[in-house]
Design a protein around this ligand. Structure first.
Ligand code: NCD
Length: 378
């Protein structure tokens, strides 16, 4: 048994090797090994990723595949992915963009609309589609075909509960009279709590949570509710959008919140709780559509996601908690096997490129031109 004094001592000396030995003693260890400057983790997964479609897959897929073994691919294409056949065809297009010799498994999702039939859920589940995404109509990028009222999709949610298909929610109300910064908290009160009550066995992931309210709700909501947290919501608060002028590349939905919320998210992510796991919500847009009078919502982090998570966990003195968050908790919640291989990060400075090719356009990554402290090396 490990007592509280020993745990405190570990956090004080911040010794990753000792933490690893302790984890082994507690029977919690994967292959994670760490010194202050090197971190080897079981290969992680990204449980929330936007890969878009067409030519841009050639840029986006290699970035994600270099860090992650699997990714939950969001279905908010134009038109949205609403059928099993569309999901499987999209999967093939993604696989065609995986570099030779790299293993990367896209996990497919359906986009819930008012029209989707419960039979489609059965078909999708049988074909290996792992989840369906609920976008309240109008909440974010390409969400105009989203669900107009939760009751409309209750028969579909019943089918999902029966089939064991995960429900992924974009948790914001779309009522324009609700302040933008309060829309996540309002969603929990108005929609998620009743939904949770009506479908007690449905496994729900509240995606890209951004508030203390969401972290607290998920922590207390029982084993069938979990949440993803992005790297940018761990690293930044809303000041980032307005520092020295308006910075569109920090604009995403749900929008960055004030510092107290960022701190609550870091606490949740580094708590060791298996209800919180990695989901980048890397959401690329051509740079001219971000630097625009009506700029699109979405931060592109696919080029350096794991490095940014390592930075956030390092700042919190919690690198020993990164492997659970990045490599175990999501797989366990989805009922999928944990990955076999490893990925190694080094404390090694590198400069993020100013932009990447994005079809005919270019893509400005988050932290463009900045130096990052951690680097994936193998
Ligand atoms: N996160 C974002 O700001 N944007 C996402 C959609 C979403 O997940 O909200 C996108 O697809 O661009």
């Amino acid at each position: 048994m490990v007592d509280a004094a020993e745990l405190l001592w570990l956090s004080v000396i911040d010794s990753m090797d000792a933490a690893h030995a302790l984890r082994s003693a507690m029977g919690e260890s994967g292959p994670m090994q760490a010194s202050t400057d090197t971190l080897t983790l079981t290969r992680p997964d990204d449980w929330h990723l936007h890969l878009r479609d067409g030519e841009v897959l050639r840029t986006l897929v290699p970035h994600s595949a270099a860090q992650f073994a699997r990714a939950i691919v969001m279905p908010n294409l134009r038109p949205p992915v609403t059928t099993t056949a569309q999901a499987l065809a999209y999967r093939d297009r993604i696989l065609a963009a995986v570099p030779a010799g790299v293993a990367f498994e896209p996990l497919m999702t359906l986009y819930l609309t008012d029209q989707i039939a419960p039979e489609e859920i059965r078909r999708a589940r049988a074909a290996g589609v792992v989840a369906a995404k609920l976008y309240p109509a109008g909440a974010t990028t390409n969400s105009d075909s989203g669900v107009t009222g939760l009751r409309t999709v209750y028969p579909v949610l019943e089918a999902m509960q029966r089939e064991g298909m995960r429900l992924l929610v974009h948790g914001e109300v779309t009522d324009q009279t609700v302040d933008l910064f309060d829309r996540e908290a309002a969603f929990i009160e108005q929609q998620l709590i009743p939904l949770r009550r009506d479908f007690p066995e449905l496994k729900i992931v509240m995606e890209h949570i951004t508030t203390r309210e969401a972290a607290q709700y998920v922590a207390g909501a029982g084993a069938h509710t979990a949440a993803t947290i992005t790297a940018h919501h761990l690293l930044y608060n809303r000041n980032a959008i307005f520092t020295g002028g308006i910075r569109p590349h920090y604009y995403c939905l749900p929008v960055l919140k004030r510092e107290t919320h960022r701190v609550a998210l870091v606490e949740a992510a580094t708590s060791g709780s298996n209800k919180f796991f990695l989901g980048t919500d890397s959401a690329p847009h051509a740079s001219q559509l971000k630097e625009h009078a009506m700029g699109c919502a979405g931060c592109y982090t696919g080029h350096a996601a794991l490095e940014m998570y390592a930075e956030a966990f390092d700042q919190a003195g919690a690198l020993d908690k990164l492997e659970g968050f990045a490599s175990f908790h999501g797989a366990d919640f989805y009922g999928l096997p944990r990955n076999q291989g490893t990925v190694t990060l080094k404390r090694e400075k590198w400069t993020v490129p100013d932009s990447y090719v994005y079809g005919e356009a270019n893509l400005k990554p988050l932290r463009a031109g900045e130096v990052l402290p951690w680097k994936v090396v193998a």
